[in-house]
Ligand binder design. Structure first.
Ligand SMILES: [Zn+2]
Length: 299
């Protein structure tokens, strides 16, 4: 399927600054997949960095409406499912962070729930009620079988009912993250939280790999927010974050790290470092709290 990928911005999608730097083309793999759909791109995607908020984004990206159709067509579980339960696949630091921020008996909504591994963890290990929002119809069937309540439309959720909304591996796919997160505001209960896992474009691994960073080279990934974006997000206050790897499969051994450093030191020929094996963590999880907006005219 040939895709006309010419969606570009002349400003930062996070802070609106026009102080940008074009960091050059992104070499996507040949035999390109968008989720599980084979695609060909007409134009070369480019990495743009915002000099103000230190985030990144892709220009010559796939148009948002085309992306939504491709997600709906595809079987996300075939692409992203790691085939293991949450505790086996995710670093312990992530499950500890969730336990710290999520209360027993509370309502947890997972956006981009895939086949429900995060919700399984919340239900079985924290004792929460679980709600899933997922575009892939194949994944929806699996979520229902597991006993998670599938939400087809975010607007159908009753206001002030969700205590935690999780977005794991999601915001890098969102064309307008700030607006999307602001739209979740009304769904959250009074002390409601949002917990986000995404790639860290300012990590050591990313800085060493530059445009060759593996995380940038998936056509679904178009936005790479810095931590600074979350610390200044409208409607929310920052609670804390942890630096981590996405899943245990990405962890590298000390031997792998030493070998890589030696390659760097001797300027190993044709060394095109992709960020793997990891020299540092390259993701972070951030928790935000719904900020109570003061009503005008109240004494
Ligand atoms: Zn910016």
């Amino acid at each position: 399927m040939l895709i006309e990928n010419e969606f570009s911005l002349d400003h930062c999608p996070f802070c609106q600054s026009k102080s940008l730097k074009d960091k050059g083309k992104l070499e996507y793999p040949t035999d390109l997949l968008f989720s599980s759909v084979e695609i060909d791109l007409k134009y070369e995607p480019r990495l743009i960095r915002c000099l103000n908020c230190k985030s990144g984004f892709t220009n010559n990206a796939i148009n948002e409406s085309t992306a939504v159709s491709l997600y709906t067509l595809s079987d996300s579980s075939a692409r992203w499912n790691q085939g293991a339960n949450f505790l086996d696949s995710k670093p312990e630091i992530i499950s500890a962070f969730l336990k710290k921020h999520i209360a027993r008996g509370s309502n947890v909504l997972d956006i981009g729930a895939n086949t429900g591994e995060l919700l399984d963890f919340c239900k079985d290990h924290i004792g929460t009620n679980t709600f899933a929002y997922e575009l892939s119809e194949r994944s929806q069937e699996k979520l229902i079988k597991k006993g998670h309540k599938v939400i087809n439309c975010l607007q159908s959720i009753e206001k002030n009912t969700m205590d935690t909304i999780c977005l794991f591996d999601v915001v890098e796919h969102l064309y307008n993250q700030n607006e999307f997160l602001l739209n979740l505001y009304d769904l959250l209960s009074e002390d409601g939280k949002i917990i986000i896992l995404t790639g860290n474009i300012n990590s050591l691994s990313s800085k060493l790999a530059l445009n060759n960073w593996w995380y940038l080279k998936a056509p679904e990934h178009v936005r790479f927010p810095s931590l600074k974006v979350f610390k200044g997000l409208k409607g929310y206050s920052y609670l804390g974050h942890i630096k981590t790897v996405n899943s245990n499969g990405y962890k590298s051994t000390l031997t792998q790290k030493i070998k890589l450093i030696i390659k760097f030191l001797i300027r190993y020929k044709n060394l095109k470092y992709t960020g793997i094996p990891l020299l540092s963590t390259d993701h972070y999880v951030v928790a935000l709290k719904k900020q109570v907006l003061l009503k005008e005219g109240n004494d």
